[in-house]
Design a protein around this ligand. Structure first.
Ligand code: GLN
Length: 306
């Protein structure tokens, strides 16, 4: 696979979008970047090209990790009683979708309301606050001990996060938040501000693709049931309100973040991590998605086509 060529073909598309400046610290990121990493489960190796080792904020891709951690800690049944699996059709920070499901639970864990609710489920232990547990688990599932928190980004999110604050108070008013509002939001803003690379996202995708077993040491980290459930949610809601369109065009389970990351899990075959900061209107990386599309067709992994 000539990944260098795919970077070359798709880097110009980064000019078509805008970096996420609604979070001021993210607005400073250099736009013209594209990195791709593919973890091949059969060969048990990775290929990479472009800006594959540049660190960026994980943002919404952390929603996958916290969901998996909560399932590990509390069980699938408990977590899915507190968050649904429905596509919303609304933007990721919409408050409308919360009213649709009424007092029951947020629609899914990959919109902000659902993610904040899931984060609030993570219980402090004697020795560790929820965020410390989440970042530890992130380092494990991404196979990268260097993952750290950007306090600049989390503080920037906190200063400008009025939509997320509204969602959290709404959740609390309806009894859908399990921790208090300040702690739930602090943990959520921090989890979004963990600094990862495209290689980290390829590793995360590889664990999901490999049904919950880390392919680098053959240890099971999450249940096969949790991996399957998560891939299916990524297919239906991973790219927000554009998920339907991209499942038809690209056809692989993918989760995006407004830091410009994309994480893909091709069942039993590949984990893919991509990074390119400029976004479309829904908050998905433009050059990232065009590169993923080319890759999906070249690898013949579109699950509806091959
Ligand atoms: N931290 C971001 C927010 O709350 C995450 C959104 C995203 O990546 N879609 O708005």
């Amino acid at each position: 696979m000539n990944l260098e060529q795919i970077v070359k073909n798709n880097l110009p598309n980064s000019q078509k979008g805008r970096v996420a400046d609604y979070i001021p610290a993210l607005g400073k990121v250099a736009p013209k970047q594209l990195g791709i990493v593919v973890y091949d489960l059969k060969k048990n190796n990775i290929e990479q090209a472009g800006d594959s080792r540049v660190r960026f904020a994980i943002e919404s891709i952390s929603k996958v990790i916290t969901f998996l951690y909560a399932v590990n800690q509390l069980g699938m049944e408990y977590v899915t009683q507190h968050v649904g699996a429905r596509q919303t059709g609304f933007p990721f920070n919409s408050i409308l979708n919360l009213e649709i499901e009424g007092d029951h639970h947020p629609l899914n864990p990959f919109v902000n309301a659902g993610a904040i609710a899931v984060t609030s489920l993570v219980k402090a232990t004697n020795s560790m606050q929820p965020f410390e547990q989440i970042i530890r688990f992130t380092r494990d599932i991404c196979h990268d001990p260097q993952i750290t928190l950007s306090t600049e980004i989390s503080e920037s999110e906190e200063r400008t996060g009025d939509m997320d604050r509204s969602l959290a108070y709404y959740l609390k008013a309806k009894g859908m938040l399990k921790a208090n509002v300040p702690l739930s939001l602090k943990t959520y803003f921090k989890q979004c501000s963990m600094m990862v690379t495209a290689a980290d996202l390829a590793n995360l995708g590889a664990v999901l693709a490999n049904n919950g077993i880390k392919p680098w040491d053959n240890e099971r980290l999450i249940s096969s049931e949790a991996a399957t459930y998560t891939k299916s949610l990524m297919m239906t809601t991973g790219l927000y309100n554009e998920s339907g369109k991209y499942s038809a065009i690209i056809g692989v389970p993918t989760k995006s973040g407004v830091g410009g990351g994309l994480m893909t899990a091709v069942p039993n075959k590949y984990g893919i991590g991509i990074f390119s900061p400029p976004l479309d209107k829904s908050g998905n990386s433009i050059a990232g998605l065009s590169a993923l599309n080319e890759l999906s067709q070249k690898l013949k992994v579109d699950i509806f086509r091959y």
